[in-house]
Ligand binder design. Sequence first.
Ligand SMILES: [Zn+2]
Ligand SMILES: [Zn+2]
Ligand SMILES: [Zn+2]
Length: 149
Amino acid sequence: MTIQLEDATQVLRENHYKITKQRKAMLSYLIDQADCKYIPVTSIDQFMRQSFPNMSHNTIYRNIAEFTELGIVEKSVQGEQAAVKFQCDFKHEHHHHFVCQNCGKVRELPECPLGVDVQTELSGCEISAHSFTVYGTCEDCLHAQQLKE
Ligand SMILES: [Zn+2]
Ligand SMILES: [Zn+2]
Ligand SMILES: [Zn+2]
């Protein structure tokens, strides 16, 4: 078992969820994605239906929602399309991402840019969440482009 899968099953156990073979298969599928990419929820659904034809769409979507709630996966909504990826870092659950717009690779940014200014600006309000993502082209893609030129 990979360390990532162990981390995830640990979270499930702590929250009294059963480690079913369906849940394990879904987690392995997400872990196996190269370079930490976001996977459209519809692709996960398709994969699960192929592996477990008796599993309903409802159950699959419910599992994805549970994983998101537990912080095992990270969610992103791009347009109409919801996508999830396996958690980058179970120790620093709050972090941000750099996303390559060319290959879709995601890199973790451990520093949070939310500064004291924002808190001051919003004094009197209660902040419940924030999001911050940096987009661009990763080193590998830049390098590949340079080779072509
Ligand atoms: Zn992440
Ligand atoms: Zn890239
Ligand atoms: Zn932050």
